[in-house]
Design a protein around this ligand. Structure first.
Ligand SMILES: Nc1ncnc2c1ncn2[C@@H]1O[C@H](COP(=O)(O)OP(=O)(O)OP(=O)(O)O)[C@@H](O)[C@H]1O
Length: 299
């Protein structure tokens, strides 16, 4: 066990961009203890192992025995390239794990939606590969940047249809979701007559009808009023599986995400754990301003 655990600890700690000091602080142990565990000289007790598996976002089995399970690595992206009239993605390499909560950040036009569309299969890359352990038909939920709604259905009909397709149809559940998403008054309104924010709420409801292994949200809160935005973030906090969100809603990233990716010049310029940014006494917004415009690197 010792060798596998030591190897796992080093790999997973680096994957989370945590230094030995960062991890020591989180576990209330000395940096030397971490170093000894990583050298295979000593082992942590069970309470620390449990906390470690939580911090590193993996099952205890995987931490101790290296048993890869599908909840862990769910998407592997290698050297992905895509050009339209100009190159947009210029060699994206990335692993996405089952418990990741990723905020995908970058300037307008950086290629965030393009990358998301390739992950959910709407666009094909020019070169490179995406290996996915997510079944697009039953384990992937998507809320694209532009609402994809059927305007000539009433809200209730749209939700019923989606629930049938997702195999989660139940009258009570549909009523509950419509009420939760504050669309009760509009349930007999044609979708084409909804306001922009109401359409966004409906799109979100549809994306969240069934459980998913991967939920991809492209600027979900744009056009929503403040109470809908608050509702959205609270709701998101209770969703299982991996979540990748493209957002410029910086105030919320600190609270709801575990990992931030910065897309810049067609590459993943930064891939950092939110905790690491906080341990440098920065908010995500401060970090973003520094790294999107500057050249610095977090060690
Ligand atoms: N179908 C397309 N045909 C031609 N160019 C495209 C197409 N889709 C995207 N682009 C271009 O690719 C670049 C990246 O677009 P993308 O929508 O991925 O950026 P983004 O980071 O999501 O931007 P934003 O934050 O503004 O939504 C842009 O310059 C855009 O004009």
């Amino acid at each position: 066990m010792q060798n596998i655990f030591s190897h796992q600890l080093i790999t997973l700690r680096r994957r989370k961009n945590l230094s030995q000091n960062d991890l020591a602080r989180k576990l209330y142990v000395s940096r030397q203890s971490i170093s000894k565990w990583e050298n295979g000289e000593t082992e942590p007790g069970i309470d620390k192992l449990i906390t470690l598996s939580e911090i590193l976002g993996v099952d205890l089995d995987f931490l101790l025995l290296g048993k890869e399970n599908l909840n862990d690595l769910i998407i592997k992206i290698s050297d992905l390239k895509k050009s339209f009239t100009q190159p947009v993605l210029n060699g994206i390499t990335l692993n996405i794990y089952g418990k990741d909560r990723i905020a995908l950040l970058g300037s307008n036009g950086a290629g965030k939606s393009t990358l998301a569309k390739m992950i959910y299969g709407e666009l094909t890359p020019d070169s490179g590969s995406i290996t996915s352990h997510v079944n697009n038909t039953d384990s992937l939920n998507v809320m694209p940047q532009e609402d994809v709604l059927m305007g000539d259905l009433k809200v209730i009909e749209h939700v019923q249809l989606a629930a049938l397709i997702d195999q989660v149809y139940s009258k009570a559940f549909i009523a509950q979701m419509i009420s939760k998403f504050r669309l009760e008054k509009q349930k007999n309104t044609y979708v084409s007559k909804l306001s922009g924010g109401q359409k966004r709420r409906l799109s979100l409801l549809l994306a969240l009808l069934r459980e998913s292994k991967l939920l991809l949200l492209d600027e979900p809160t744009v056009g929503m009023d403040l109470s809908s935005i608050d509702f959205f973030w609270r709701y998101l906090d209770h969703i299982g599986g991996c979540v990748i969100t493209i957002t410029h809603d910086f105030n919320q990233i600190d609270k709801y995400f575990s990992r931030v990716l910065l897309l810049k010049d067609g590459k993943i310029a930064q891939d950092v754990a939110v905790d690491t940014i906080h341990s440098h006494n920065q908010t995500i917004e401060q970090w973003y301003r520094q790294y999107n415009d500057g050249e610095a690197q977090i060690q």
